[in-house]
Design a protein around this ligand. Structure first.
Ligand SMILES: NC(=O)c1ccc[n+]([C@@H]2O[C@H](COP(=O)([O-])OP(=O)(O)OC[C@H]3O[C@@H](n4cnc5c(N)ncnc54)[C@H](O)[C@@H]3O)[C@@H](O)[C@H]2O)c1
Length: 270
């Protein structure tokens, strides 16, 4: 490994199980010399396997519902105590749509469900940055990353209201990123990741079709969770200090494709 995060301190949201993108980021951050606090919603603590990850990476766990300002405040204060100083990197790896979970069609959304999903998947990013910014909890040249998906720009019908949540999330990265950059020299970006077989990903209807289509369209194939973790580490490192306000596609080239030979073959008559 490269010691890219040696001496850096962080907070990682969203490691539920070994498939989670946040799980891989935590493992890679540990390998690169970082110290961090793991956090997830209290309910996920009971269902998930986060304790095992904490043991393997020498981390402490602080439960926090990312929609609850008191929880986030407690998380940030305790993290600084545990880590002995300000924070260098934060990963927001959180997503959930109640409409998707309950099988509601996009054209027939339940708006209480929409509001809840938006709060968890998008507004929580604003809330986390609000606490970090107002408590001056980030070190200069720190880095904040959230994970997103290309349904924010293009139509993927079964992604449902998560498409709207991701568009909002990406906008928050730019809007808050301006103030964080100007005032605290902190960068804020989103990584737009390939479809990845995780609990959240597999919840999308027709996920296998989605995954295979993207694989065949992308010249480099889909990016795995581990590859996403590697890319995230580069954004936490000092090698990307002037990258901010960006939505960065990490998708094997999918986002710039029109058609590939492999997909074309499926539609050719001969
Ligand atoms: N899997 C994919 O195909 C894919 C593709 C692009 C982007 N993403 C994004 O990557 C991120 C991570 O998802 P994943 O695929 O690793 O799935 P995952 O299910 O492992 O992670 C989602 C996490 O969100 C957490 N969460 C839900 N509600 C919360 C709350 N109120 N407070 C705090 N945490 C809460 C869950 O406990 C879970 O740990 C999400 O933002 C997701 O939209 C996933």
């Amino acid at each position: 490994m490269y010691n890219l995060l040696k001496g850096k301190k962080g907070i990682i949201f969203g490691a539920l199980d070994q498939n989670s993108i946040a799980w891989k980021v935590a493992e890679r951050a540990h390998e690169e010399g970082a110290q961090f606090v793991l956090t997830n919603a209290p309910i996920a603590m009971r269902m998930g396997e986060i304790k095992e990850l904490a043991k393997n990476t020498g981390s402490e766990i602080i439960p926090a519902d990312a929609t609850n300002m008191d929880d986030i405040t407690n998380l940030v204060e305790k993290s600084m105590e545990i880590l002995g100083g300000k924070i260098d990197f934060v990963l927001h790896s959180i997503g959930m749509s109640v409409n998707v979970r309950k099988g509601m069609h996009y054209t027939d959304s339940n708006y209480d469900f929409s509001a809840k999903g938006w709060d968890v998947s998008a507004l929580s990013f604003h809330k986390v940055m609000n606490v970090l910014y107002n408590k001056k909890a980030m070190n200069e040249w720190g880095s904040i990353v959230a994970l997103t998906y290309m349904a924010a720009q293009r139509v993927f019908p079964d992604y449902n209201d998560m498409a709207d949540n991701k568009a909002y999330l990406e906008s928050i990265a730019r809007s808050f990123g301006y103030f964080f950059g100007r005032d605290h020299k902190v960068r804020v970006n989103t990584i737009s990741q390939s479809p990845t077989p995780t609990t959240a990903g597999s919840g999308v209807k027709g996920f296998d079709g989605f995954l295979n289509y993207a694989e065949q369209m992308s010249p480099l194939g889909n990016a795995s969770a581990l590859e996403c973790a590697d890319y995230t580490i580069s954004l936490f490192s000092d090698l990307t200090k002037k990258v901010t306000l960006q939505n960065l596609f990490h998708d094997g080239g999918f986002s710039n494709m029109g058609i590939s030979d492999l997909v074309m073959e499926n539609f050719s008559k001969e």
